[in-house]
Design a protein around this ligand. Structure first.
Ligand SMILES: *Cc1c(COP(=O)(O)O)cnc(C)c1O
Length: 359
């Protein structure tokens, strides 16, 4: 029998969450973002769950090829574009759309013969200082691209640093929007600005295409909880208690003896550790559920195991069901306790974890 650790992926939750994304931006088309193996949920499942999207966006060209092999015929968008001429040729063969964010990519487009012209997104750095052309280089980049026979449709994109905190005093969302409006004024082509946070919280920036990611998997991008946004968790990570220890005052648990009992206590040992994607830095007190009851992680998370306080579950036994995150225990709460975000936990789900698909 395999280990009892299982990630259950609910395809109907993906479909539901896509509906939420679309209802927040009813006049926009949707790029469902499926990078990082669909945030850990699997490309094949995402393809089915997001069948009603207008296209899928990702950063991995091999993932895009896999989606084409599996029969995805709608648009696919490479969010970081291509990295060398062979990628560019391959992207054209697969009829991918691509972001163009630096001069090297324009130069490759100019010098690389490709099978068919490409639809592209020209990306603006509107203040986040990650990818994109600076505002004062944007129009020159556009002019170069417009002159290339290998470029068909040109659209425009930027990305928000603080859509979950629009009033952020260092880089307010409104400042990035002004920058984008100025850079694109008078240029013909569709616009795409919104990630999940902007889609959920700022319908005024939905524009022609939204680009939701984490919300589609039932994670909150911030600003509100997933439940408040009406999102359903697509991934539920479950395991079982496989060991029980009864300890006394002063006894320690696990590596580094990070937890020391203040009273006699029953410890449950759960088959899940950091080699499965559970965060090692989750401290004492991180929420976890045993037989439907919330309790806390105690002691250091190790490679294959973690330990929990069974005090609130007196009838717990070997084989008791454990929920690490998902249905009944929001991934964002676990992430927050561990000092990270739900995104990171989803993406880190390890290949050794068995997956069951429902919905
Ligand atoms: C990942 C990504 C998104 C989705 O972001 P979420 O916060 O997960 O909604 C949107 N646009 C781009 C360019 C991305 O790389």
């Amino acid at each position: 029998m395999p280990r009892p650790l299982i990630a259950t992926i609910d395809v109907s939750a993906l479909t539901h969450n896509l509906k939420v994304a679309k209802s927040c931006a009813p006049n926009s088309k949707t790029w469902a973002i499926v990078k990082a193996n669909a945030y850990g949920h699997g490309l094949a499942r995402a393809m089915r769950g997001f069948a009603a999207s207008d296209g899928l966006g990702l950063v991995e060209i091999d993932g895009a090829a896999h989606l084409r092999e599996m029969g995805w015929q709608k648009p696919l968008l490479l969010l970081e574009g291509f990295f060398d001429p062979s990628d560019l040729k391959f992207a054209a063969q697969l009829q991918l759309e691509t972001v163009i964010h630096n001069q090297q990519q324009i130069d490759m487009l100019r010098t690389t013969p490709i099978a068919a012209p490409l639809d592209i997104y020209l990306k603006l750095n509107s203040g986040m200082n990650r990818l994109g052309f600076a505002p004062d280089q944007f129009r020159a980049a556009y002019a170069q691209l417009r002159a290339l026979p290998s470029v068909r449709q040109i659209r425009f994109m930027t990305h928000f640093a603080n859509a979950d905190d629009a009033a952020n005093s260092t880089l307010p969302m409104a400042q990035q929007m002004r920058c984008f409006r100025t850079a694109t004024a008078g240029l013909e082509g569709e616009h795409s600005l919104a990630n999940s946070a902007a889609d959920l919280l700022h319908s005024d920036v939905a524009a022609d295409w939204v680009r939701p990611g984490v919300m589609l998997y039932g994670g909150s991008p911030g600003g509100n909880t997933a439940i408040e946004f009406g999102l359903l968790p697509a991934m539920t990570l479950t395991s079982e208690v496989i060991g029980i220890q009864h300890i006394n005052v002063g006894d320690a648990v696990g590596y580094g003896s990070l937890f020391i009992a203040q009273q006699p206590l029953t410890v449950g040992v759960v088959a899940c550790g950091y080699a499965d994607g559970y965060p090692r830095h989750a401290p004492n007190g991180t929420p976890i559920m045993v037989d439907g009851v919330r309790t806390r992680v105690i002691g250091r998370v190790s490679m294959d195991l973690l330990t929990v306080d069974l005090t609130p579950i007196p009838n717990a036994h070997i084989g008791s069901k454990v929920i690490l995150w998902g249905d009944g225990l929001p991934i964002d709460e676990v992430a927050q306790s561990a000092g990270t975000i739900g995104y990171e936990l989803m993406c880190a789900l390890a290949p050794r974890v068995a997956i069951i698909e429902i919905g």
